[in-house]
Ligand binder design. Structure first.
Ligand SMILES: Cc1ncc(COP(=O)(O)O)c(C=O)c1O
Length: 391
């Protein structure tokens, strides 16, 4: 399982085995989850796959390649850098930069055929000036704030935006979009209000005979709740990676976790009763215990809030994290696992036998979200890709 590391030194390549901590990325599960998203789409709706933040920590390039192979043609990222990473890796589909184009970045959007979300008149005019000067078209998706309170034109600005859009010379008006704030709460009235507001904005553009081909509003939770049927696209992120946008039991979805986090027992020792474990001695062994030490810590994204409450799977048994999570190590009480030994595979996120540790269960213990659990798995942890199973 271990992949060799190759580091260039001054005169020769040094090769050595990697530290035994890695994330497994199951691309078959990714494609399965894509199928779940597609099953929720209204007729004709396309997937605009959200692969920002390194595909929520899963690796933007391999994830996007697998999605492209499965028929996805539209990708959304947050930044120009993220878009360029995909283009330089040879991805040819449409790439929409959700975070916009900052002054000075324009040339890259033209050079690499990137689409951009626009949420201010000043940006609309700047982008038009540059595209007119270069005599090159640039695809823009106009973003309206229908209730997220973050970025976007106000719905009341629709007539003014239409007037200014008519004055642009070389921009290609490719999309109208908004973002849902409360779709993960099925009881919230906000989602319905946002649907209505988006519909009203679309009507303004339709009446002005300026309807773009792409209309999109729904994230994973919105898609699961019931996508706006007149939208032409949906923008799922977390559900592609196997994270449930709402309580799993209410979702009717069959999502499969894509990322597993795995390490190995590096040190195994028997410690006498009353031994203090890790910084601050926040845990003392209540009796003689077998304590396993693993080479993973908060620098790898193993949240320090899991100190004394995290769990791991060793030989199919669920065992507790004891003591504080360190930067590079964690300790487990494996006393109940008689046959545990140095080198044993330990699952910190994922499945071993009949036991599973989900990102949602981590998130509950750390007052966070599954999104954060994935995004925080640091670059220090190599990603191993399990290819899409054929058949
Ligand atoms: C504008 C936009 N659209 C879609 C998404 C995808 O959301 P989710 O991961 O909840 O499906 C995000 C995620 O943050 C987003 O910012």
């Amino acid at each position: 399982m271990l992949e060799g590391n190759r580091l260039p030194s001054e005169r020769f390549l040094v090769e050595f085995p990697a530290r035994p901590t890695w994330a497994e990325i199951d691309l078959t599960a990714l494609v399965h989850n894509l199928g779940q998203a597609r099953a929720r789409c209204a007729a004709g709706q396309k997937i605009l796959a959200v692969v920002k933040a390194n595909a929520y920590g899963h690796g933007a390039v391999p994830v996007s390649r697998a999605l492209a192979k499965a028929g996805v043609c539209h990708f959304a990222v947050a930044t120009l850098e993220e878009a360029l990473e995909l283009r330089f890796a040879g991805l040819t589909g449409e790439i929409l930069v959700l975070g916009g184009c900052y002054p000075g970045q324009e040339a890259q959007f033209f050079a690499h055929n990137l689409a951009v979300a626009v949420f201010s008149l000043a940006d609309l005019e700047r982008l038009d000036r540059v595209s007119a000067a270069l005599n090159r078209a640039l695809s823009v998706h106009l973003k309206f704030d229908t209730g997220m309170g973050r970025v976007g034109f106000f719905p009341s600005q629709a007539p003014e935006v239409i007037t200014r859009l008519r004055q642009t010379r070389r921009l290609k008006f490719a999309g109208l979009m908004s973002h849902l704030a409360c779709a993960d709460d099925p009881d919230s009235p906000v989602t319905f209000q946002q649907h209505q507001s988006f519909r009203a904005i679309v009507s303004h553009f339709k009446a002005a005979d300026l309807l773009p081909s792409a209309l999109h509003l729904c994230n994973s939770a919105g898609l699961c709740d019931g996508p706006l049927p007149e939208a032409s696209m949906v923008r799922p992120g977390i559900m592609l990676y196997g994270g449930y946008p709402a309580a799993p039991e209410n979702s009717g979805l069959d999502l499969r976790p894509v990322m597993s986090l795995v390490s190995q027992i590096a040190v195994l020792r028997e410690l006498p009763a009353a031994s203090g474990i890790s910084y601050g001695h926040s845990f003392h062994t209540p009796s003689t215990r077998r304590i396993a030490t693993l080479p993973i810590g908060y620098a790898d994204g193993y949240n320090r809030l899991l100190s004394n409450c995290g769990e791991a799977l060793v030989c199919g048994h669920k065992v507790p994290v004891v003591g504080r999570v360190c930067m590079d190590w964690i300790m487990l009480d494996v006393s109940q696992v008689e046959n545990a030994q140095v080198g044993d595979r330990v699952v910190l996120l994922g499945t071993d036998g009949h036991q599973t540790i989900t990102a949602e269960s981590w998130a509950e213990k750390t007052a966070g979200l599954s999104y954060e659990v994935f995004c925080r798995i640091s670059q220090r942890v190599p990603r191993h890709y399990l290819p899409v199973a054929v058949g």
